[in-house]
Design a protein around this ligand. Sequence first.
Ligand code: FES
Length: 67
Amino acid sequence: MYVCLCKRVSDHTIQQVVAEGARSWREVREQTGCATQCGKCACMGKSVTQDALAREMFGDPELAYAV
Ligand code: FES
């Protein structure tokens, strides 16, 4: 799905840049352009980035939030 319509950034694009080494929302934003125009996608972009980072580091995003 598209996360950012202005820059045509999809969730797959964000997952891809995280898989390639991006380790923060700032890095994802810089590499994709997500949320750099109108900014309405910022919350969704951050959320998708956090899930992608959790998946990259822990294999399962649910484990990242486990107590
Ligand atoms: Fe992402 Fe506008 S929808 S910057």
